[in-house]
Design a protein around this ligand. Sequence first.
Ligand code: ZN
Length: 385
Amino acid sequence: MKYLITRFINTLLGFLLIYSSLSFKPINPKNDIIHSELSENFESTFFNKKNISDGPYIFYEDDEILVKWIHNNRLKEKVIRKDNFKVIKRKFGFDFDPNWMEYNYTDNINYAQNYSDVENLIAVSDVHGQYNLLIKLLKNHQVIDKDFNWIFGKGHLVVLGDIFDRGEQVTEILWLIYKLEQQAKESGGMVHVILGNHELMVLNNDLRYVHEKYAKSAELMSTSYDQLYSENSFLGKWLRKKPVLVKINDMLFVHAGVSPKLVTNQLTMPQINDLFANKIIGKSKIDILADPTLSLLRGKEGPVWYRGFLIDPKLTEPEVNELLKYFNTKHIIVGHTSIPNIVSYYNRKIIGIDSSIKYGDNGEILIFKNNEFYRGTTNGTLIKL
Ligand code: ZN
């Protein structure tokens, strides 16, 4: 079954990439264009240059499965019965295993998120739809091969939030990471997807940063973008089970940070993950704000927004030590605040890894191996942190 899953996702990715390359040429940012110019040109000419293709989006509807996608600005859809996956194969040209849908359905949520004895780890953050750069980083650091398959063995890959928004290849990244998650499991490795503020924003219908391609895509499907990741959607179900805090060895991974205020309520890591999954993700803002604990968790002192490690007013080292003690860890790894490269603060007690991948031209990944931390650059070089 696992083989079929992998094969299905591979074919699906191929299908998606063919669409991308045929009708939707991603802008290839050149180093000689400064970021502000790039974004102005990019926004103003987007729909003059190309038709959009996007998807697939897969939805559960009672006994049926609805597959929707956009091809050259046109909505395509197909309803299939859950026991008739051969139709998908005929229509789309890819293999489909019914167990694949069930698999996602029955996957239990692990709120504890505590892993030990991990020898090789790579972490990337804030990719914001920059698929090509993500591929480059993962390939150049031997996480994936030329066909985008997992070759990282028993290694752990951490995707530290903010896959969504800004960029124009979010869907491709989500399907790639889903595939790698399955392939990693088969190799004894693991992929951890940790939710950032932009996942929270999209799932809670705050669509301020959604790229216009996706606004158009949702419009063509006569829905709003957040509904493409509803509880009835395949990727939505998958994302809603993801944690905000993950501990691996003596490293705590969190998209933005943990604040002294957050720990005053004495919530444990599993409790915080539980509250996010069941009381915050996809829930109404009014209900969240009415509850002081939920309000704290989702706010600027909470794990997906806090900036006190990197931006003034910064924490003092004794305050950082208290946080490390509270979470029984030695390092806290964060993204969220963009910096030119991966940086250590407070003598590697805090490591900031949002290396501005969102601009699309350069970025870094954090590498942990032989008990050392390294900055992994775009071209595959390692620099000791
Ligand atoms: Zn963020």
